[in-house]
Write a protein that binds this ligand. Structure first.
Ligand code: NA7
Length: 538
């Protein structure tokens, strides 16, 4: 079959793919976005579990590249729910007329670089072939679901769901005994809703996590107006803050304050809610003393809230706060005061297998009608590796990273041996430690400008140099090693699942600094890259 010709193929129609399409099309390039789902949204298309919400304040969780577009959309609540985010992304798609260039219900099965034609050949599960100069991944860092390989899952006679692949119809938990495995953001958010219907709800918890209060509320007309009037400030946060979002902060270390003042500040942050708990003292991620102040504050809150002392202690997290994603929940700890909500720590009583009527642990079997796997994702690299990408000489990313699965990229955007291939929110970028749309806009803008440079200089390919990758990897490691992050096993380190990457694969120096580095690389004629000119091959 003849390959369909485009200038660029983009994989995924979430925030990343949609904005990439818009930018490249404005540049006059022909673009095809390939999307497995039958609608736009990316992770927000699939994660339809009850209670699914974004934990960034909604007024930041959108595109800011166009003031006009920003002011055409009003969020209903402080935190946007999954249905509303999906509605927003459909609104953007229609406003920018993106739909005609997106091919839905199509999965990329393989993409390989042809060194003779200097183009990417992309094969899909619809038996189509595409050929393009540029191949761009917008598959996201949290999109390939992780169902741990528990024995016996298929023998379970009840219903089972993964939070990241939820059915489109409502699941009714009324009168049912429900087991939730996992207490990350998804588990915490969904338990709050399931508890309202279920007869019994049991959390199987491997690691206790820090859960800050969300304090969600509807946005008043005045608050919506304020967001519009503050557009320049909101846009500015995308450029000048480490997380791409304004969070309330003292700007100082906790150790500069008395114990009374620390408590007063943290009480205030707890009452106002949200991610600010992880930002109020900017050195929380690097200074053990500050970290202890904030962690201990949460442990004390848990003791205050939960009536049963034993349960409260079981829920005490013991890692450095913020070295795993801070979870934002609503009355999560209060829920354990309800008689029908149970906690089963797995530390000394791990899951052995799933059986036909429930989950068998080492010491007991928890009988249930429904199992909810809130067990997360093959984060950062899972979806990327599944694209089966082959660079020069057929080398796969897996081969490039080798047995040790040591991630190698330049700026988290490109890779040596993979010319004209770009990753939006790739490993070794700051993505997951930021407000995602902020990181996505930065990545897409950079890629778009880079493609503009290639086109306007009559170049055929751009490719990262090996030495640039080595230097970038070291820079990422050095920054991570100066923080508390590497002390904790998490999906930031690939430690949640065997078989994905190893090591710390996020640039933790902040989006603001990262942006400066990327801009400098571009300003220096793409320092660290090699180019092939059109006449090189003629
Ligand atoms: P997360 O944050 O990866 O949470 C997954 C949870 O599942 C977490 O509590 C894990 O425990 C638990 N888990 C994973 N594997 C197992 C096994 N084998 N046995 C028991 N428990 C297990 O995923 P989410 O979907 O909640 O959130 C992902 C991101 O989406 C979130 O950070 C936001 O950015 C939005 P663990 O802590 O690893 O011991």
């Amino acid at each position: 079959m003849e390959a369909k010709q485009y200038d660029a193929i983009v994989v995924g129609a979430g925030f990343a793919g949609l904005y990439m399409l818009h930018k490249l099309r404005e540049r006059g390039l022909s673009v095809r976005v390939i999307e497995a789902a039958d609608g736009v949204g990316g992770v927000w298309y699939w994660s339809r579990y009850p209670g699914a919400k974004c934990d960034s304040d909604s007024i930041f969780y959108n595109f800011t590249f166009s003031e006009e577009l920003y002011k055409k959309w009003s969020w209903k609540d402080r935190y946007a729910s999954q249905p509303e985010i999906l509605e927003y992304l459909n609104f953007v798609t229609d406003e920018l007329d993106l739909r005609p260039d997106i091919q839905f219900k199509t999965r990329v099965m393989e993409a390989s670089f042809n060194d003779e034609t200097k183009s990417w050949e992309v094969k899909t599960d619809t038996d189509e072939k595409f050929e393009a100069k540029y191949f761009i991944s917008g598959v996201g860092c949290l999109s390939t679901t992780n169902i741990p390989p528990f024995k016996g899952v298929d023998t379970f006679r009840g219903e089972k769901y993964h939070t990241g692949r939820w059915p489109h119809s409502k699941v009714d938990f009324t009168g049912k005994r429900v087991v939730v495995i996992g207490n990350g953001s998804s588990g915490v958010q969904t338990m709050q809703e399931i508890a309202k219907e279920a007869k019994e709800l049991t959390l199987l918890m491997r690691t206790p996590h820090y859960v800050a209060e969300a304090r969600n509320h509807p946005l008043s007309k005045e608050q919506q107006e304020d967001a519009f009037n503050n557009y320049p400030k909101i846009r500015d946060a995308f450029f000048t803050t480490p997380g791409g979002i304004h969070l309330s902060t003292t700007g100082k270390s906790a150790i500069e304050f008395s114990a009374e003042k620390q408590k007063e500040t943290l009480d205030h942050v707890w009452k106002t809610g949200g991610l600010a708990l992880g930002a109020v003292y900017p050195d929380v991620g690097v200074n053990k003393e500050t970290n202890f102040v904030v962690s201990q504050f949460v442990r004390n809150k848990i003791d205050e809230i939960i009536k049963d002392e034993h349960t409260a202690k079981q829920l005490h997290p013991d890692y450095y706060i913020t070295t795993k994603r801070l979870i934002i929940g609503t009355n999560f700890y209060e829920m354990f005061n309800e008689e029908h909500v149970h906690l089963v720590p797995l530390k000394d009583n791990p899951i052995e297998c799933v059986v036909e009527n429930g989950v068998k642990l080492r010491n007991e079997t928890i009988e249930c009608d429904v199992i909810v796997f809130a067990t997360g994702y093959e984060a950062m690299t899972g979806s990327l590796l599944k694209l089966n990408i082959q660079g020069r000489n057929g080398q796969t990313i897996q081969e490039k990273w080798g047995e040790g699965r040591e991630v190698k990229t330049y700026l988290g955007l490109t890779m040596e041996n993979f010319p004209n291939f770009f990753m939006i929110t790739g490993p070794q970028s700051p993505s997951v430690l930021t407000n995602m749309p902020s990181a996505i806009e930065q990545h897409v803008d950079w890629i778009d400008q880079c493609i503009g440079y290639i086109e306007s200089n009559g170049l055929q390919t751009i490719e990262a140099q090996r030495q640039a990758e080595i230097t970038w990897g070291k820079q990422c490691d050095d920054i991570a090693n100066s923080t508390l992050f590497p002390h904790t096993n998490s999906w930031y380190t690939g430690a949640n699942i065997d078989g994905t990457q190893r090591g710390f694969v996020i640039y933790v120096g902040g989006l603001d600094n990262y942006r400066k580095i990327c801009d400098e690389v571009a300003a220096n004629q793409y320092d660290g890259f090699e180019f092939e000119k059109v006449y090189d091959t003629v």
